[in-house]
Design a protein around this ligand. Structure first.
Ligand SMILES: [Zn+2]
Length: 301
């Protein structure tokens, strides 16, 4: 992620050990200290490895080229744009390295260990500082050419809307990430607006704050707009939500589902399902390891 790196060891039975988090230096500064921090986090996790490692899986919160194993662009850490991370880590640790888009790693985690088990198709939507998604269709993870798919945050939801961090206008990212939520929390006069998230909003709603309730519903609607576009285009129909919105609990997930169902024309036999994945990193960690295992076992994902 643009702000921090988290590393761990995943055993073959899906146990996570040695997990750590190291804050990254400014993402617009020199790249060397950023990579140094990534390696430090990995080395710290490696200390917990009792056995030989099979490989390294990396879930990147930015655009990736899965064939090259490089970061294409990370809007909040532009120093990493174009960085050949898989090559660099492979040289350093002498292991095969598999790099993929963060929501796709979460999808692999869900497909092997979570709510996607046994499903023929589903989508993962990640919300937080950034927005992204991943698709599982007819028993296969769908990446698009060189991993270019899933950049949902920069699909367009508005004409004449705001400037996005990617330099374009009107992106879904401008109305459905934490930056939007915090700015509108400020406008609404909510406490600690600059730090707010779906969890804080939920606590205010429970305490009877009507401004928080209105904002939470608007946030749910803005997230639903992008999901409705995905549904109309590809109809994965089952969506597993990860990241910030999970902190909002069942109420937030249900609010998103209600808005999506309202935005998508109904069809007999089509029941759109939105469920909660994880607010934390477990699915991404399991999925990143899953990417390595799939390669080693030459499994189709
Ligand atoms: Zn954008």
């Amino acid at each position: 992620m643009p702000d921090a790196v988290r590393a761990c060891i995943v055993s073959l039975d899906g146990t996570i050990i040695g997990e750590n988090r190291i804050a990254l230096p400014p993402g617009d500064g020199p790249v060397a200290p950023i990579i140094k921090a990534v390696k430090r986090s990995m080395r710290s996790a490696l200390g917990a490895a009792a056995r030989k490692l099979l490989g390294v899986g990396v879930a990147v919160g930015g655009m990736v080229d899965t064939n090259q194993g490089s970061i294409v662009a990370m809007n909040l850490a532009p120093s990493l744009d174009g960085y050949p991370l898989a090559d660099e880590l492979g040289r350093e640790f002498g292991l095969p390295v598999r790099l993929d888009h963060h929501p796709r790693a979460q999808l692999v985690g869900d497909r092997w260990f979570g709510k996607g088990r046994g499903a023929a198709q589903f989508a993962v939507i990640y919300t937080g500082e950034v927005l992204g998604g991943a698709f599982y269709f007819d028993g296969h993870l769908y990446r698009g050419v060189n991993g270019a798919g899933g950049e949902l945050g920069h699909t367009f939801v508005q004409i004449g809307g705001e400037l996005c961090r990617c330099g374009r206008r009107d992106c879904w990212d401008t109305i459905a990430t934490l930056s939007w939520l915090r700015r509108d929390a400020q406008v609404a006069g909510l406490p600690d607006a600059g730090e707010t998230d779906s969890g804080a909003l939920k606590r205010l709603v429970v305490a009877g704050d009507s401004r928080a309730a209105e904002l939470a519903d608007r946030y749910a609607h803005n997230i639903a707009v992008g999901i409705a576009n995905v549904q109309q285009t590809l109809a994965p129909t089952h969506y597993i939500m990860h990241g910030d919105v999970v902190l909002g609990g069942a109420q937030m997930i249900e609010a998103i589902a209600t808005h999506v169902r309202r935005l998508v024309p109904s069809r007999p036999g089509l029941n759109i399902e939105i469920s909660a994945g994880e607010a934390g990193d477990r699915a991404a960690h399991l999925g990143a390891a899953g990417l390595v295992l799939s390669d080693l076992l030459q499994l189709s994902l």
